[in-house]
Design a protein around this ligand. Sequence first.
Ligand code: PRX
Length: 704
Amino acid sequence: MVTEQQSELSEAQIAVHWREEEYDFPPAGFVAQANAADPEIRTRFAEERFPECFTEYADLLSWDARWQTTLDTSNPPFWKWFVGGRLNASYNCVDRHLATDRNKAALVWVPEPEADGTVAVTYQELYRRVNEFAALLRDFGRLRAGDRVTFHLPMVPDLPVSMLACARLGVIHSQVFGGFSGGACGERIADSGSRVLVTMDGYYRNGELVDHKVKADEAVARAAELGQPVDTVLVWRRHRGQYASRAPMVTGRDVFVDEVLRDYRDAVVEPVSMPAEAPLFLMYTSGTTAQPKGCQHSTGGYLAYVTGTSKYYQDIHPNDTYWCMADIGWITGHSYIVYGPLSLGTTSVLYEGVPTYPDPGRPWRIAERLGVTIFHTAPTAIRMLRKLGPDEPRQHDHHFKHMTTVGEPIEPEVWRWYRDVVGKGEAVVVDTWWQTENGGFLGATLPALEPMKPGSCGPGVLGVYPVIYDEHGDVVPAGSGKAGNICIRNPWPGIFETIWGQPERFVQIYYEKYCRNPDSTDWRDWPYFAGDGAVQAADGYFRILGRVDDVINVAGHRLGTKELESASLTVEEVAEAAAVPVIDEVRGRAVEMYVSLKPGVTASEGIERKVAQAIDTHIGKIARPMHVWIVPDMPKTRSGKIMRRVIAAISNFGDVGDTTTLSNPEIVDSIRHHVQAEKLARGQTPRQLTPQEADEIRKFGNAE
Ligand code: PRX
């Protein structure tokens, strides 16, 4: 709650009331085998050793040419790491393990249908497949280093094979989450300028063979509308030799990969030696404006960073069986399913489907059968598995040494279930805070050396120095109990290089706010603005409170309000649209849409359905709103801007606050009555918001 006195503070300084949780210490068995067990490691990464400390990460890689400059700051904030160095990411993730680990499984693929056996892809087999597909991309796809290729692939081994084949050629891959719509994929194709799309005919999800190729046609059409022709669509087949889609293959454009690959049997492609700062891939993420941002990640800095953090924070050893249940279509999957684990030569598990299919015991059966030692997932999945199968983990004989959580704040209650029931008290839990833009972890505990604290990610990771600033750029001190904007004071090797094609936006969104001197080439003048609210306890641990911009984090995935609103506005009858977050017990946050209609149009369920459908089509099912509310008008400021915080408060049964500045205050009661009565009638009884949740809702969309 905000007291009189605190209400005079700036937004960023709102006091946060939460109970300080007790420390929890890692099991002795974990500590005994940990990669980072010597406290000296903190000294090696102390600030006075920056940036040279990161050579320790770069030295985990095999370089064709060693770098001359560890960090080049001559053109801030476009930092360059390991300048002069040359390497190939595919060589580092595949070839270099052949001498010792040729017959070890690099990937273990678990198809969703349980009757289908798991498929192990050894490092030797991965080498063969990556080489053959690289030859196909080069000779059939006519792709060269620096070209972009868009993938729209599900969770199948063909996805890491495709990524590593691009990396082998220096071709920049851009994987679009398979659950995204064809339209969303098309926009990313156009933005990245890809003329080749790699897709799959179908995949299993929740027991159904989903027709996926149909989205490729929509994607190509959308990209063409935006001025980007796609001349080649490479279609992997879920079942070799069978076609799972209703969409016809387009002659001259579409080919089945398995057929074309016959021409490249046993082809060997020399890995292209790339400069450290050459882009490895693009990963699109949502931001404050309608257009998704293509985060450009580098080859050397990125690979060094994910390898180092996989070693010390994920505690990956070559003989582990590591399972990250994320989708490779998100940054977590790129960094911590593919690049980090494979660079370390471990076995990485890929699961095709839904964690609760066919029942919430599925993940624990997989873990038991495969002997998974490290498990990595998101709070949303943990909440869902806890809700549907609270005792399931007890029925299985799996044993984790290490468990990660990522993507959203985790409630201490849920954290404890994860540790006690999923981890059986045997595993260390590492809460990792970071973002698509960051390449790898920013805040986390070193698992053998720093105690865990439920609900807090911990201190800045090795070589990363976070700080909390208020709106004026003053430091909010640790232990003050006040929240502010978490920033990182220094560059690190995993930071993205720019927003693809939009360097001005890159500077403006992430650096302008707290830059002390735009002419300075000293990194100390360029703190990175993460866009998250956070509070730092006296012990230096950070607790992340959520986004401070108009982004809604649904199940760990960032959805831009503007994207949701633009999609709604494609419905002919809709005049105005506003997206707000609602607290959701499983997904963290869910989306509710408010729309007002054009004059003369009558509200109907049909229009509500059309809005939901438009969001499915433009973004994907992940963004589907929980409710679409048709309202006679939006609450607006006198300058005509929609006050999202007022409708967000209504959706969450929170306090709407001061509405006297609205041009139409009378509308608030009418909307509240309509929305809340309907929710109560549907049995959606509200629970009391926690003070942090109330804060978040109160600040939502406050840019207006
Ligand atoms: O708000 C933070 C939240 O997720 C955002 C980043 O989302 P995305 O780019 O999709 O990347 C997700 C996985 C790296 C952050 O700005 N977030 C991420 N991890 C945590 C978190 N919030 C609290 N605790 C975390 N561990």
